[in-house]
Design a protein around this ligand. Structure first.
Ligand SMILES: *Cc1c(COP(=O)(O)O)cnc(C)c1O
Length: 418
């Protein structure tokens, strides 16, 4: 296969040949995935690595069950936020000492936004996009209200409106690198540079980037970043998130959730707060150790992985899926960029009956998700998704649409989580 072009695939045998030639094919065996399942939702909850399962069992039986509190030292529970952070740093173009794993993405956003506003005290505006993931906007809204000094959140309607919105009154630009609905990827380096030219600090949300594609925070000059542990990093449901602070800000940046783990000497039990010298100042309280060991073990998988191979396979998987769906499902409209260079590792299509169509797909063993109001979303996680999975998913989708199999009452029932 020409490494820079995805050949046109029209048969399952051709897709199987791509699997045969796939340098990442062996990685799939590291995950627990049942036969017959086409799991295209690793962008929402990554599959479980065998290593994570084993590590949690050891943590339960040996570290907690037998050794109890000694494990904070003997199993180095205390060092896990930094240890896991250093592993993530390697995936996002950050220094090993500049990332720490803690809390949720929402909470970490609050911390870095507050830190960025405090570093730019003459300015009052946070800029983001209306299409950003709602929690990012809600957190910014809440922080602006808490600051209560005419702080405002200004939302632009389209990517094209971003650059003109970067004016001298803006303190912080907060963006999600890969759009959660469409998979559209922003130019991190160009946008960060433009913002800096006007004295604006930039916070990047890497929820759909970390583990999905190569990221270069240092190369882009990013100020702060946050991201999820449970999506492409496979840390398990509710896995803690990560936070990055550029080394140039670490001495000065302060965040308001200044709990004891952010203190320079947590076990000195001093009455007053003194921030830890480096990235540890973005911690708050005690880590969820069971979740953190799962994520830490899942992160070891990346030690054997070449991110450029991940990117190449991701683009090829998405291209194959788009081509098959466009050839066989005339009722669907592509909502993602057709050009793989500006797309993350997911593909979305619009259809007014997206919800029941996705339920019908799930009933046939193809798990993607629905995003309101009309999006069918499919995540392609190159570590465990095969070209035959992409091919089969498109064929089953075409069958469901052609037969109207989605239009049954049970597929219209909405669950609490969609
Ligand atoms: C998934 C996601 C989150 C999730 O935040 P939590 O605090 O983990 O619930 C935040 N931002 C973006 C852009 C996301 O895609």
């Amino acid at each position: 296969m020409n490494r820079h072009e995805t050949p046109t695939i029209t048969t399952r045998a051709q897709a199987a040949a791509l699997d045969q030639a796939d340098p990442l094919a062996d990685m799939r065996d590291r995950f627990v995935l049942r036969d017959g399942l086409v799991y295209l939702d690793g962008n929402s909850l990554g599959a479980m690595p065998h290593a994570a399962r084993e590590r949690v069992h050891t943590c339960l039986d040996v570290e907690w069950g037998r050794d109890l509190i000694a494990s904070w030292n003997t199993a180095d529970w205390i060092g896990l936020p930094r240890k896991a952070g250093a592993k993530i740093a390697g995936l996002i173009g950050a220094g090993a000492d500049d990332v720490v794993v803690t809390d949720s993405t929402s909470i970490n956003l609050f911390k870095v936004l507050a830190a960025a506003l405090a570093l730019n005290p003459e300015r009052r505006t946070i800029v983001s996009e209306r299409a950003n993931f709602p929690t990012d906007l809600y957190v910014a809204e809440g922080l602006a209200a808490l600051k209560g000094q005419d702080h405002v959140l200004h939302l632009v309607e389209h990517d094209d409106d971003l650059m003109p919105a970067l004016t001298e009154d803006v303190a912080v630009l907060m963006l999600t690198h890969v759009d959660y609905r469409t998979g559209r990827m922003l130019d991190m380096a160009a946008i960060t540079q433009a913002a800096h030219a006007t004295g604006i600090l930039v916070v990047w949300d890497l929820a759909h980037s970390a583990g999905a594609l190569p990221v270069d925070l240092e190369g882009a000059g990013a100020d702060f970043a946050v991201g999820c542990g449970y999506k492409y990093l496979n840390g398990g449901p509710g896995a803690p998130a990560f936070v990055y602070c550029a080394p140039r800000h670490q001495g000065e940046a302060t965040q308001p959730l200044s709990g004891w783990f952010a203190h320079a000497a947590p076990f000195a039990f001093e009455p007053g707060f003194r921030p830890a010298p480096g990235i540890d100042r973005f911690l708050t309280g005690t880590s969820p150790v069971l979740s953190l060991v799962a994520l830490d073990a899942a992160l070891d998988l990346w030690g054997d992985v070449d991110m450029s191979a991940v990117r190449e396979k991701s683009i090829a998987l998405c291209d194959l899926f788009i081509a098959r769906v466009q050839a066989t499902c005339p009722g669907l409209t592509l909502a993602s960029p057709r050009d793989g260079a500006v797309r993350g590792s997911q593909v979305s299509f619009r259809h007014e009956a997206a919800y029941p169509i996705m339920q019908a797909l799930i009933a046939r063993g193809v798990v993607g998700d629905f995003r309101a109001p009309d999006i069918l979303r499919f995540g392609f996680t190159p570590l465990y998704t095969r070209f035959t999975d992409a091919f089969d998913a498109a064929a089953i989708l075409a069958d469901i649409l052609a037969s109207d199999a989605w239009n049954r009452p049970e597929y219209h029932q909405r669950s609490a989580v969609t």
